[in-house]
Design a protein around this ligand. Structure first.
Ligand code: OSB
Ligand code: MG
Length: 376
């Protein structure tokens, strides 16, 4: 049995090494909610991937903070857990707020791994020793800058290039990239930038031999994605729409997508991420691990998740240095010249925390403690 003695919430502010632009906006720095759990002398961390604004999903750091402080943390402090797998039931009375739930649940899994002295990847059921890596490249100020950036990432060894796209930054860009690199694994991510009137426009991208088109339509849609998938050859990959295993089953059954991006924060934690992974695997649908501009804490958790067998496509899990001048874990996450990350085999997440650096980045904090326990 696992008992949590204290939960510390903190907000850190970290400037991004490079601005990141998607169809829903520009990010230059991040406000990040970190969760620290204390249990019997052990410490485990979780990262909440909610953004500063509710633009990717309906969650944001401030909603995650209040839900964690007022609903999730008190439940956790009163619970007797068998491990991370106990969290979904514990948090079930709270609807939604999956990114807030995931930050805590993932920290509990991390704690459980430390307690058992196994690698987090092993605890999750991972089998891969290395994971294949791709990069997500934001919308750039110019085509020249985009081509330079792609050249740099390919030189670094990354196995797949994903281009953020939107109206005015799509066909022309794909054409130029394909003209220079006809053979690379290339995909695009629209973050819901298109509508039904764009179906013919999207169908014209079939000529670019994209590995997938990620979330072209509404963030909460399956039906119209299924309609679009029937009209194009390129595989659709869903990100935003997939909130849980049932969504994955519905999307697969309706043929709304042929590939699924799993983000552990978006689905509410490792338990549900594993359930989505398994449901997809049983139906022959490959998955890959998405990213949310995480620090090393979230990145380490993504690496552990990516070690599960059906994560067969390169994910968006890349080196710390692509986002941060200095990460909050040491060593930072690095990618080999073959575009792979080695899955740690040491106990827990395998990436020790830089506590002093976290302290210096902290702008807000609060702590909750378990009531004194009486043993009879
Ligand atoms: O849609 O995958 C997305 C970043 C923020 C919000 C949404 C997305 C992204 C990315 C970046 O594509 C992936 C990464 O962390 O490298
Ligand atoms: Mg996406």
């Amino acid at each position: 049995m696992l008992k949590i003695d204290a939960i510390h919430l903190r907000e850190i502010n970290m400037p991004l090494a490079y601005p990141f632009e998607t169809s829903f906006g520009l990010t230059t720095g991040r406000r990040i909610l970190l969760i620290e759990l204390e249990s019997d002398g052990l410490t485990a961390w979780g990262e909440c991937v909610a953004g500063e604004h509710p633009y990717f999903s309906d969650e944001m750091i401030d909603t995650a903070w209040i839900i964690t402080e007022t609903e999730l943390a008190p439940r956790l402090l009163e619970a007797e857990l068998s491990g991370g797998g106990s969290c979904p039931d514990l948090f079930k009375p709270v609807r939604g707020h999956r990114m807030a739930k995931a930050a805590i649940e993932n920290a509990v899994w991390d704690l459980e791994a430390q307690l058992e002295g196994v690698a987090l990847s092993e605890l999750l059921g991972g089998t891969r020793k290395v994971i294949p890596c791709g990069v997500s490249i934001g919308i750039q100020p110019s085509l020249e800058q985009l081509l330079d950036k792609i050249a740099t990432e390919l030189d670094a060894g990354y196995q797949r290039i994903k281009l953020k796209c939107k109206h005015g930054w799509d066909t022309r860009i794909f054409e130029a990239v394909r003209a220079r690199w006809p053979e690379i694994l290339l995909s695009c991510d629209a973050n819901s930038a298109y509508r039904m009137r764009d179906f013919d426009h999207i169908a014209s991208w079939d000529q670019f031999n994209l590995l997938m088109i990620e979330q072209p339509l509404w963030y909460d849609d399956f039906y119209f994605h299924a309609m679009l998938q029937k009209q194009i050859e390129t595989a659709i990959c869903l990100d935003e729409s997939i909130r849980n295993r049932r969504d994955a089953l519905a999307a697969i059954d309706m043929e709304s997508c042929r590939i699924i991006n799993i983000k552990v924060g978006r689905v509410g934690g490792f338990s549900e991420a594993i359930a989505v992974h398994n449901a997809a695997a049983e139906r022959g649908i490959p998955v890959w691990c998405g990213g949310m501009l995480e620090t090393g804490i979230g990145r380490a958790h993504n690496i552990a998740l990516s070690s599960l067998p059906n994560f067969s496509l390169p994910g968006d899990v890349s080196a710390s240095s692509r986002y941060w001048a200095q990460d909050i874990v040491d060593p930072p996450i690095t990618v080999s010249a073959k575009g792979e990350i080695l899955v740690p085999t040491t106990s827990g997440s395998g990436y020790p925390i830089l506590k002093d650096r976290i302290e210096s980045l902290t702008v807000r904090r609060t702590s909750l403690h378990a009531k004194a326990r009486v043993t009879v």
